[in-house]
Design a protein around this ligand. Structure first.
Ligand SMILES: C[S@@+](CC[C@H](N)C(=O)[O-])C[C@H]1O[C@@H](n2cnc3c(N)ncnc32)[C@H](O)[C@@H]1O
Length: 222
């Protein structure tokens, strides 16, 4: 048994796993140590946060403990067996029963951009196509500088490198914990910085275009 989880949550989760092992993908809810790792960079500022695959709400509770307002949380859970307990535990959060892969078409964040996405989704058991759809939707809603936090039981980031490259994203390993069943690691997935032309180089190009003259490479004119 993992510290911080009640017996009834443990049973609830285990039964869900028995009935749908691929979707639930874990025999027990995450422990408090993993919840702390997953939420370590989330500061208590205003703004929407999405949680994907909250299950019994271990990460949701950790977000509230970090000072996040319940009203700022949108919980996207596919499993119908988790919905009523999420709604009664977090009555001020928005709880939506849907496939996270359909988030993009749902149009649920037309206003303020999202600060962060916390994902407990079993990406390792999803197809590359589904993983791509989830990331595209999440980053379409995300404000500049926002990130998606994902845990995995595997030895590397659960989003394959070609998908990250295609979407202009990068993954950073934030840490791991053995105080979880099974041990897990956390990755931060964020946008790569766009290539920037330096101002000097820009001047050089502009002048060259204006005068039609060749400039000495490295020389700044203007
Ligand atoms: C490994 S469990 C993690 C649960 C919880 N976050 C935790 O750490 O204890 C995966 C969760 O993702 C949910 N899930 C799986 N596929 C999903 C999908 N396509 N969209 C939304 N939720 C999904 C499952 O129902 C389950 O609650």
């Amino acid at each position: 048994m993992v510290a911080g989880i009640g017996h009834s949550d443990y049973l609830h989760f285990f039964r869900s796993w028995i009935s749908n092992p691929l979707r639930v993908a874990a025999i027990a809810p995450s422990g408090t140590s993993l919840a702390k790792l997953m939420t370590q960079e989330i500061a208590a500022l205003d703004g929407p946060i999405i949680e994907l695959g909250p299950g019994t709400g271990v990460f949701t509770r950790a977000l509230l403990e970090r000072g996040i307002r319940e009203e700022d949380l949108t919980l996207i859970e596919y499993g119908p067996e988790f919905i009523s307990s999420l709604a009664s535990r977090f009555p001020h959060a928005r709880v939506l029963q849907m496939d996270a892969a359909h988030l993009g078409q749902a149009g649920i964040f037309e206003g303020e951009p999202v600060r962060a996405v916390i994902s407990g989704l079993p990406l390792l058991s999803m197809s590359p196509r589904k993983t791509t759809a989830i990331l595209v939707s999440a980053f379409a809603y995300m404000r500049p500088g926002g990130a998606l936090y994902q845990f995995t039981y595997g030895p590397r980031c659960p989003v394959p490198r070609p998908i990250l490259d295609r979407l202009g994203l990068k993954a950073t390993h934030l840490g791991g914990t053995v105080r979880n069943l099974p041990p897990a690691a956390v990755y931060k997935i964020s946008r790569r910085k766009p290539l920037e032309l330096s101002r000097d180089r820009f001047k050089y190009r502009t002048r060259e275009a204006e005068t039609g003259t060749a400039a000495v490479p490295g020389e700044t004119r203007g």
